[in-house]
Design a protein around this ligand. Structure first.
Ligand code: NAI
Ligand code: MG
Length: 332
């Protein structure tokens, strides 16, 4: 048995984590969950957003599945998601987007993986506000070390999966420092990967290209904020936030979570789509070398997704979160 940390999270988090747990149980996956929460709920009960017990659990288990955590707009609440990524140096945020038979999309052959730098850039937390002058600074700090780690992760992936091409998305023309460093480092690293062709696109054009002709992209690598925005855009290309998974990977620890947030608009109604979290859990199974279990669950999921009737409302079906999970279980 492999022990994994489970962070249920806020909003729809507990509902979709229950669904994933049910599927894992039915598939006899040799994983036991160590449940440790973070965010507002733990702040209210133990006075900490990220309790020491969660930190200990992550250091011990090395792998976690995480539900979304709400970050209120305004002062005084630093994003728990960003803090966890920085605390454990989970520098690579890997977000695949692929069209799936049965899921409505404007496209047929999208199959790309986004590598988002996950600890630096505009998410560095270097925030200054001058009350008197009413001047706001959000500083984008990008380091050579940080760029090299995310770029190498992307090139390694492209090489391993014979992707042939990598696209660096940036704004180096305007952001002369923080924007240009990633591009410069990528051009250097590219020399080590002769089988992978590197191209670069300015982020505005990148957005247009993605919505018009997404099939042309295989692996995209970009800085933190652009990656955050592009990954929701890519979700929109392949069926929405209900279906796209993600992984936050460091050299030591990995946290798997959906791209989406806590979805307060549908929380508590039992209608959220657990696919995104389940796909993240499947990525996790590959990471811990439970490939057979990963493939079996994926096959049952894909078979369920092929039939709209059996899916949740965001995919055009009428099933509740748990009914959808049951439909997957019946195909295991
Ligand atoms: P969101 O991703 O929670 O929701 C955007 C839209 O997508 C909503 O209409 C929602 O109902 C829908 N949606 C999302 N997940 C879905 C699912 N599994 N099934 C069906 N529909 C789904 O983004 P929003 O509303 O901008 O953010 C809400 C909160 O989540 C914020 O506090 C934000 O900071 C936080 N957040 C947390 C993340 C994380 O924990 N990694 C990531 C993104 C946002
Ligand atoms: Mg986001």
């Amino acid at each position: 048995m492999r022990q994994v940390t489970l962070i249920p999270g806020d909003g729809i988090g507990p509902e979709i984590t229950e669904a994933v747990k049910a599927v894992f149980r039915a598939a006899n996956v040799p994983v036991t969950w160590e449940e440790e929460n973070a965010g507002q709920t733990t702040f209210d009960s133990v006075g900490e957003l990220i309790p020491q017990t969660l930190i200990d659990s992550l250091n011990k288990n090395k792998v976690a599945l995480k539900g979304p955590i709400t970050t209120p707009v305004g002062k005084g609440f630093k994003s728990v998601n960003v803090q966890l990524r920085q605390m454990f140096d989970l520098y690579a945020n890997i977000r695949p987007a692929k069209t799936t038979p049965g899921i409505t999309s404007r496209f047929e052959n999208v199959n790309l993986v986004l590598f988002r730098e996950n600890t630096e850039g505009l998410y560095s937390g270097l925030e200054i506000f001058d009350e008197r002058l009413q001047i706001a600074d959000s500083i984008s700090r990008v380091t050579r070390v940080g760029c090299e780690k995310i770029v190498r992760a992307a090139f390694e992936y492209a090489k391993k999966h014979n992707c042939g091409k990598i696209t660096v998305a940036h704004k180096a023309n305007i952001l002369k420092n923080a924007g240009a460093l990633l591009l410069r480092v990528a051009a250097e690293v590219a020399k080590d990967y002769p089988t992978v062709q590197m191209e670069d696109k300015i982020i505005d054009n990148m957005c247009m290209q993605l919505v018009m002709k997404p099939e042309q992209f295989k692996v995209i690598v970009t800085t933190n904020l652009f990656g955050d925005i592009l990954s929701d855009l890519c979700a929109g290309l392949v069926g929405g936030l209900g279906v796209v998974a993600g992984a936050n990977i460091g050299d030591d620890i990995a946290i798997f979570e959906a791209v989406h947030g806590s979805a307060p608009d549908i929380a508590g109604k039992g209608i959220a789509n657990p696919t995104a979290l389940l796909r993240s859990a499947i990525m996790m199974l590959h990471h811990i070398d439970l490939k057979e279990e990963a493939n079996r669950i994926e096959a049952a999921l894909e078979a369920t997704l092929a039939n709209k009737e059996e899916c949740t409302g965001d995919l055009g079906g009428k099933a509740s979160t748990m009914a959808f999970a049951q439909n997957i279980i019946s195909k295991l």
